[in-house]
Design a protein around this ligand. Sequence first.
Ligand code: SF4
Length: 365
Amino acid sequence: MDNKINTSVGTESVRDKYDIYRHCELCPRRCHVDRIKMVDFDRAKSVDFDRIKTGDFDRTKTGDFDRTKTGNFDRTKTGDFDYIKTSGYCRVGAEPIAARAALYMWEEPCISGSEGSGTIFFCGCTLGCVYCQNFDISRTHVTGKAITAERLAEIFIDLQSQGANNINLVTPTMFQPHIITAVGIARSLGLALPVLYNTSGYELPERISELVGTVDVWLPDFKYLSGELAKRYSFAADYPEYARAALSKMVELCPRASYDERGIMKRGVIVRHLLLPGQLAESMRVVEYLYSEYQNNICYSLMNQYTPTSGLDHAKYPELSRRVTTYEYNKLVDYALSLGITNAYIQEGGAVGESFIPDFDLRGI
Ligand code: SF4
């Protein structure tokens, strides 16, 4: 085959020749990316990232990039492999973008405790739910700031010094390679806190497996069993399939929860389910499914805090323009108890208002 490269990045001829023009494999979207999302090759290889981000990293080491004079890879010729900007469905590139890193008091008691959870809110999202409570950072990242894995490690250490009970990674999926690197660096610098993976649940199980040794507590949502509902509200008809598989993998990796002397979770799985207005029947199906699979071996968090936010298209989703009623939520809780669920958190009082959503003001970033 002719070695001359076609200078039209993204054409089939280029993709045929170089494996690097393929798919991002970080989440079930498997976006076709014209420019690879990649991390520093040397660091990547040291933690066995070969398969991550779809790149054939060995080839990049051989100097093949000299021939990629397409304009997009100029930086690779300089040896500056930090990243090549791209974005898929999640709307963020390879480097982590975060909007806030601070102590957060509003997680479950075994997470926040009285000291707070050291929470990093990342920008972008692989789902993009129409009712997202963090819309300002999930569908845009104008308020976020790009950071390196080294800076992320510093942030972890800083949160530990502030007294955080854990490191809580909110919407981390798109930045998994950097996170693995950052946790490794931070551990070498003295990070002793549990690391929490706070995810929508829309995950590839094989990516979950790669987080062994990095993540201690799994905090997945389980939003829907109905593919139709997942498609309408989160543009992911396959959400139930992946959420089931990912949760199964998390429980396999962490079958038993453990707590410290203060009741802070050190290892375990907490599954969150947010009741949506008008979706009591779906929520009951979700709870029934989870209990049939895992009984009380996982911790449940049944949430009533749904709040219609300014990002919601009220004309398109009028059924979501209200909070859930006390009646709806009590029915769900009663149903969970009737199944035999005892290892659970429920929320008391009224729904949490939009004002309780944290300020994404780059604090701690
Ligand atoms: S992480 Fe982003 S770019 Fe990668 S497959 Fe998922 S949505 Fe697409």
